[in-house]
Structures are given as C-alpha cells and as structure tokens.
Design a binder for this molecule. Structure first.
Ligand code: SAH
Length: 260
C-alpha cells in the first residue's frame, strides 16, 4: 500500500502577495492538486474579483475559505511544522534543493502534524525575519534564472507533495510543539540567555538563529518546549534570588560598618 501526504494537514501560506491574480492562480493550482487550506497574510491589494478571475469557478471553494491574517507569526502559530520556499541559495541556512525529497520527508510528519508551506512576496521573497519561523527551507531547482512566478512556485510544490508516495506506512513523526509554543520558548530563552550574558543584547539573533536551527533539527515536542521554558524561568528566579540576597548582605554589612 502506498502512503501519500495527508493533504488536510497541509496549508499554503502567501506572505504579503502583491497581486490578486497570483492569489487566484495559487488557489487554482491548489485545487488541481487537492489542497484546500489557503492563508493570505497582509496582501498588497485585496480584490476578490481579480482573485476569482484567475482561480476560475472550480477553485471557488478554496477562495471562499481563505483565511486572512495581518502578520505571519499569528498565521503560523497553530502549525507544527513550517517550510519556507526560496528562490535564493546561499546564506547560513541549509536549503533542501529538491521539492521531491521535501515531499518524502513530509509524508510521515503530515500524518500527525499540521504543516504550513510559506511563499514570499513577488518582488523580494521571504525576509530573514520570515524565515525565522521556518523549520526548513526548500528551493525549486532552475536553470540560470531562479525566480519563478509565485503561483507557479505554489504549483510545483503542490504537485510534488501530491504525487509523492512511500511504499509502506512510515512510522508517524510524534506530535511536535506548534509555532506558538516555540515562539514562547524563543522569547523566554532569548531573555534568559541575554540576562546571563550568553547572548549579546545588541545582536541576539546571531546566536538565537543557531539555537532555533538546532531545535528545528531535533524536532521539539510540546512537553520538551515546556521543560526548557521551566528551566529558563528557574534560572531567572535563581539569578534574581542571588541578586536580592547579595544586596541584602551588602546592606547588612554596610549597616554593621556604620554601627562601628
Ligand atoms: N525575487 C524574489 C523571488 C520572489 S518570487 C527573490 O529573489 O527571492 C515569489 C515567491 O515564489 C518566493 O518568495 C518563493 O516563495 C517562491 N519561489 C519563486 N521561485 C522559487 C524557487 N526557485 N524555489 C522556491 N520557491 C520559489
């Protein structure tokens, strides 16, 4: 028995798309490949007539159920695994250069986790800040000219996901922490590591991006994120208590001195 991707657990997220036609064409590509969850974050123009013209009647239901969000972090918060798509190679972040390999990897994940695939705006693509939320990045290989039209990029990814299959049921990946849980951990860990002097407050992202990549690689579960947050809180409480006790000791020794 061949096992494919669990389509209901996959959403396509368009971050700041500029042209309504691309939203419509992306909806159509999704409909062709059997995907239905489309999230649009902060579109340049929202013009339903222009969207529907390109979506065609068949993808009407995808357009009807589009979820609109004001920011990417909120849009991604319920998802357990986030993939960023990029036309650009280079930079520190490892990029999977094969949508087919990505699709194979996502099959077991999709059985138990919700997955968001994020596409960037037509002019600039996803920013470093957007990629912060992504567990992995994927590139569609091209020849010489790397930048695909947004909706065509959606089509290639949906096609690869849709046609991927594994000969037998892979062991499902356990349920991972969702983005909201990871974002809370990220905030607490950054604060703690800055306070204990491990991370430079001027440029916390330098180290945090490495730690984020490490977490993405090992696949934290909700309970793991909870333990790490608990450790952070305990470190801060310990530091505050030591500081308060030090102040107290300083005061009493000053008091004693003044008594002499
Ligand atoms: N000029 C931008 C490309 C934007 S194209 C840049 O240099 O990054 C709009 C979006 O389509 C991209 O953000 C990405 O999500 C997707 N896309 C375009 N070409 C792609 C490629 N070769 N591989 C993966 N995604 C691609």
């Amino acid at each position: 028995m061949t096992v494919g991707i669990h389509r209901d657990n996959v959403a396509i997220v368009l971050q700041r798309p500029r042209y309504p036609e691309n939203i419509g064409a992306a909806a159509r590509a999704m409909r062709n490949m059997g995907f239905s969850q489309l999230i649009v974050v902060s579109p340049g123009i929202w013009d339903e007539e222009r969207i529907r013209r390109l979506a065609t009647h068949a993808a009407g239901p995808v357009v009807d159920t589009i979820r609109r969000c004001d920011d990417l972090q909120t849009a991604l918060s319920p998802f357990h695994y986030v993939i960023g798509t990029t036309a650009r190679l280079g930079g520190q972040r490892p990029v999977i250069k094969s949508p087919e390999v990505l699709a194979q990897n996502l099959i077991p994940l999709s059985l138990t986790n919700t997955i968001a695939i994020v596409f960037g705006p037509e002019d600039r693509g996803l920013t470093a800040e957007d990629l912060k939320y992504c567990h992995q990045t994927v590139n569609i290989p091209t020849v010489n000219f790397s930048s695909l039209n947004l909706a065509q990029a959606v089509m290639v990814i949906c096609y690869c996901l849709s046609t991927a299959g594994r000969p037998d049921l892979p062991p499902p990946t356990p349920r991972l922490a969702n983005r909201a849980e990871l974002d809370r951990l990220d905030a607490e860990l950054t604060e703690t590591l800055v306070r204990i002097g491990y991370v430079n407050p001027e440029n916390p992202d330098y180290w945090m991006s490495r730690i984020r990549r490490f977490f993405a690689r090992i696949g934290l579960r909700a309970g793991d994120a909870g333990i790490l947050r608990g450790i952070c809180r305990q470190i801060r409480t310990y530091g505050e208590r030591q500081y308060a006790e030090g102040r107290q000791a300083e005061k009493s020794s000053t008091g004693r001195e003044s008594a002499f």
